[in-house]
Ligand binder design. Structure first.
Ligand code: NAD
Length: 498
């Protein structure tokens, strides 16, 4: 059995805790490797390495740090195919979808190549007589990222690339479900010229996470995962004086207005609802047709499309989606479908019993579609994270607007309409962090920022874009007077710029 260890101080390190977790191949259902789960002592060793390496890295001029990012881009492009196969072999998403996972991470590295410009501070000449004021952005030191299973390339890169470019050292604690791609990313960064100890990958579970939270040398934690853990990490990080940005779960609605192009809306719902088996934080899991006639037209077109989804092994590039990540995840999703039926929703398409011929032990589910879901039902209130779409019929636009606005989650939302006025009103008033207008998955581009509201995001700065630079640096502001502006004597009132 292959064993996956850690990557600390620029080299592969075996686990010493004696604790391991299984890494599955979701396509076949087999255990393909075991990953070491770090102890507190192993995490501490990584922090010490990072601490020792960070000052010299921060002292390199930002152009040199940018060149490491540029070289990394060349290297990762050179092995994108192999990396996508590795990713899908542990996650289960199809290889073309895995390439997208890598590409959306790569785009944040591209953004980080602009670090010399992004780190420029502010300067005011002559803020008072003979006084200049300027600010600079300095790295925090050692920072950490704790990431989920569903984007094992993209989210680690969203976290580590801006942090490293700013001059920090990084401890990455990826998901124990698919740890191989994060390790390969760290190896590629080393090959690109990143000094040993600046990017460390420590595999583990709650024990490693708690060790990160307790470690006094770690100055910031970026988390992405489920909301319950996000809230826990946000509170614990604050207790130990760390900066924290913690992104959680989601329930993304797509409003279908009566004037929407129904063909486009259905295509969007099929791709955004069932792509990657629904295991995306920006997946559409609730469709909200406005008016009974719109709902009937939508259901008439959706049902045959859901019934004809092509589910295949992750290496089948023509499949719409592959298996779920683990048997446990599959059972959880099936449990939600049972609950939806018990609570009175109409199950228009039932994907629970789907079996893929030749891969009977893989973690596959057919697409499921619920109609007449109501806001009091568990399947509406909670995140299912599987290939299940719920249709909630709204009587009018105001009711449709209120649904995502009052939901506990506020990650993404979309409106499909041909009416600019409705779209404009919706984008202004909806209480959700990322909005799509005729775009079902509005994941912002790398130089804008990504972040949900309410229980989808704890903290006040988003991921990537300019917010990432703010999160991974602290501002120092200098007020200076030359040569000897205090010769007029001591001042006892607070200085002001009169
Ligand atoms: P998860 O919360 O189970 O795990 C996320 C990370 O937390 C992993 O590294 C895991 O090892 C660690 N962890 C798990 N249990 C822990 C515990 N009890 N104490 C401390 N750490 C623990 O999430 P997941 O299943 O890997 O990912 C799916 C979730 O992530 C979904 O809810 C999805 O919506 C969310 N997600 C959110 C975003 C976003 O940007 N908002 C993006 C991707 C995924």
């Amino acid at each position: 059995m292959r064993t996956i260890g850690h990557f600390i101080g620029g080299r592969a390190v075996e686990g010493t805790s004696g604790r391991y977790s299984d890494v599955f191949n979701p396509t076949t259902g087999e255990v393909q490797a075991r990953v070491a789960l770090a102890s507190k002592a192993e995490l501490r060793a990584a922090v010490e390495n990072a601490n020792a390496a960070q000052p010299a890295w921060a002292a390199q001029n930002p152009q040199k740090r940018a060149r490491v990012m540029m070289r990394f881009l060349e290297l990762i492009r050179g092995e994108q195919d192999a990396l996508a196969e590795l990713l899908s072999s542990e996650h289960g998403k199809t290889v073309p979808d895995a390439k997208g996972d890598i590409q959306r991470g790569v785009e944040v590295v591209e953004f980080a190549t602009g670090i010399p410009h992004l780190l420029k501070g502010e300067y005011t000449e002559g803020a008072g007589t003979g006084i200049d004021v300027y600010s600079m952005r300095q790295p925090l030191g050692v920072v950490a990222g704790i990431t989920p299973f569903n984007f094992p390339a993209m989210i680690p890169l969203w976290k580590c690339a801006p942090a490293i470019a700013c001059g920090n050292a990084f401890i990455l604690k990826p998901s124990e479900r698919d740890p191989s791609v994060p390790i390969r990313i760290a190896e590629l960064f080393l090959e690109a010229g990143l000094p040993p100890g600046i990017l460390n990958v420590v595999n583990g579970d709650k024990e490693a996470v708690d060790a990160i939270l307790e470690d006094e040398d770690i100055r910031a934690v970026g988390f992405v995962g489920s909301s319950q853990i996000a809230a826990y990490i946000y509170v614990r990080a604050a207790e130990t004086g760390k900066r924290a940005q913690c992104f959680g779960g989601a329930k993304n609605h797509m409003i279908v207005m009566p004037d929407a192009d129904m063909g486009q809306a259905v295509d969007a719902l099929i791709g955004a609802g069932y792509g990657s088996a629904g295991e995306r934080c920006m997946a559409i899991s609730v469709a909200v047709p406005v008016g009974e006639a719109t709902a009937d037209r939508l259901m008439e077109r959706l049902i045959p499309r859901v019934e004809s989804l092509k589910i295949g092994p992750s290496h089948d590039g023509s499949a719409d989606y592959g298996p779920l990540v683990t048997r446990e995840a599959m059972e959880r999703v099936r449990g939600y479908i049972d609950t939806g039926l018990r609570e009175g929703a109409d199950l228009a398409v039932d994907g629970r019993d789907f079996k893929l011929q030749g891969y009977e032990n893989g973690f596959y589910m057919g697409g499921s579609l619920f109609d007449r879901v109501t806001p009091d039902m568990t399947i509406y209130k909670e995140e299912i994270f599987g290939p299940v779409l719920s249709v909630v019929r709204a009587k009018d636009y105001e009711e449709a607007l209120a649904l995502p606005s009052t939901h506990q989650y506020g990650n993404g939302v979309a409106i499909f309409t041909q009416d600019g006025d409705a779209a404009r009103d919706f984008t202004a008033r909806v209480n959700v962090g990322m909005v799509g207008v005729n775009v079902p998955i509005p994941v912002p581009i790398a130089y804008h920022t990504f972040g949900g509201w309410k229980r989808s995001g704890f903290g006040d700065l988003n991921q990537h874009g300019p917010d990432a630079i703010r999160f991974y640096t602290k501002t120092k502001t200098v007020t200076s007077r030359w040569p000897s502006g205090i010769k007029s004597g001591a001042e006892f009132s607070i200085p002001t710029m009169r």
